[in-house]
Design a protein around this ligand. Structure first.
Ligand code: HEM
Length: 415
């Protein structure tokens, strides 16, 4: 605990200037890895010191001159809803980075091209379809927990959160179970080693090569009930999907459904480990786990996504030019004091809990029901099977307020 307070203090010390108010911190610092109990708490400085929309110049050649950063609920929502003004074409980086002429589908498609693809996929993601997955999700979660419950310790991120979402998505799509270790080894560098582009590209390249071969196999085999079989034989507007479209869908579905759940799950379990009162409250109230998951999702938004302006226009009084990049900070929008009462407080019975973790508008996460369900099963089973747990004394658990989550959450409990 002492070191957590220290982290706050150091940051404040560095930025104090003459007068009674600290100078604004560089806003990116609020998203840096830290060891705080609430890794998102530093984004409070963004809300305090920055307007709802501001231009952040950049030295990074990939970002051109820089980008607009939207920091509050309303401008973030406006950017997601207004597809006349904003495009999703550049939101998914992997194919471009690999030099592949492919698009992540449906995430990179703008309306009206987007709607038929979304419609094609929707039947697999309805709450009813997701409930059908319950026995397999629960079995996966239970098997993992059984592997460490008797040890009195585990790494709740590496041994658990990193693993079960990969199994769920593989089963949903129909990828062969025996390639599980491969998928795990490809996904890890894609999401946890972005500082090493060659590792990241290796993981993405291996997954892409596998998916290409897999699609060929599915085409040759008789049709079955898997999502992969339906997509490979899918049609939109009365024509079969092209190979590029099939790859773009399968690659994105696999990828989009893993790291997001893994990161949220790692942050959720870490928070419970450092907040014994919250842990006790949730142990005593399993019927409120669905509400708790929603509040974890609001307080741990792992995706800050981007849009590109299509036309010159005004937003929040600022002149936006066609081609400008817009960063939508769910990490601060979800704590907007104009939207939420006591936004930094974990409130189980929050009445109004619309948040930007899954965004809004046509691209609102298609996997919402699955994500909520996976997180609820993980929360319920973890609390049911593992006695009261805490962070392992002496071990550090660094968390990133974003998609990297907490790569390690070493826990101990009494056995
Ligand atoms: C906690 C877990 C999750 C979070 C935080 C999350 C977050 C998001 C966000 C922010 C977007 C919009 C990105 C953008 O348009 O810029 C998105 C889209 C999407 N997500 Fe999720 N997601 C999660 C889990 C899942 C799961 C489990 C799946 C299913 C395999 C999934 C499938 C999708 C799909 C298909 C889209 C694209 C929707 C479209 O473009 O119409 N997500 N997700």
């Amino acid at each position: 605990m002492a070191s957590q307070n220290g982290a706050h203090q150091n940051m404040a010390d560095q930025n104090v200037v003459a007068g009674d108010r600290p100078a604004p911190i560089p806003w990116e610092q609020a998203l840096a890895p830290n060891i705080l109990a609430d890794p998102f708490s530093l984004t409070e400085a963004i809300i305090r010191d920055y307007p709802p929309l501001f231009f952040a110049p950049s030295q990074d050649p990939k970002l051109g001159k820089g980008m607009w950063v939207a920091t509050r609920f309303e401008p973030v929502r406006e950017i997601f809803l207004n597809t006349e003004h904003y495009s999703s074409a550049l939101v998914y980086p992997y194919f471009q980075a690999m030099g592949e002429d492919l698009r992540g589908i449906p995430i990179q498609l703008d309306p009206p091209e987007h709607a038929p693809f979304r419609k094609l996929l929707e039947p697999w993601f309805t709450p009813r379809a997701i409930v059908g997955l319950e026995p397999r999700i629960r079995a996966n979660v239970d098997r993992l927990i059984a592997g460490f419950v008797g040890n009195g310790e585990c790494d709740a991120s590496y041994d658990f959160s990193r693993v079960y979402p990969v199994k769920v998505v593989m089963e949903l799509i129909g990828f062969p179970e025996e390639r599980f270790e491969d998928f795990l080894s490809w996904s890890h560098p894609m999401h946890f080693e972005q500082d090493h582009p060659e590792h990241m590209l290796w993981g993405a390249g291996q997954a892409l090569a596998f998916i290409r071969g897999f699609i060929e196999g599915v085409r040759q085999a008789p049709p079955d009930e898997t999502l992969a079989s339906k997509i490979v034989r899918g049609e939109i507007d009365g024509r079969p999907l092209t190979d590029k479209e099939v790859i773009g869908i399968l690659f994105f579905l696999w990828d989009g459904g893993m790291d997001t759940v893994a990161a949220t799950s790692s942050l959720m379990l870490r928070r419970l480990a450092v907040d014994p009162d919250l842990q006790q409250l949730l142990r005593a109230n399993p019927d409120r786990h669905a509400q708790a998951v929603e509040e974890f999702l609001r307080m741990h938004p792992t995706v800050n996504t981007v849009r590109i302006a299509k036309v010159d226009h005004l937003l929040e009084g600022q002149a936006i030019k066609a081609g400008d990049r817009m960063l939508c900070l769910a990490a601060s929008a979800n704590f907007d004091p104009d939207k939420y009462e006591n936004p930094r407080q974990f409130q189980l019975d929050r009445q109004q809990n619309n948040h930007m973790t899954f965004i809004a508008g046509p691209h609102r996460c298609l996997g919402i029901s699955l994500a909520r369900f996976e997180l609820r099963i993980a929360l319920t089973e973890f609390l049911r099977r593992i006695p009261p747990f805490r962070l392992k004394p002496g071990a550090e658990s660094v968390a990133t307020p974003g998609l990297l989550g907490a790569p390690h959450v070493p826990l101990v409990w009494d056995i």
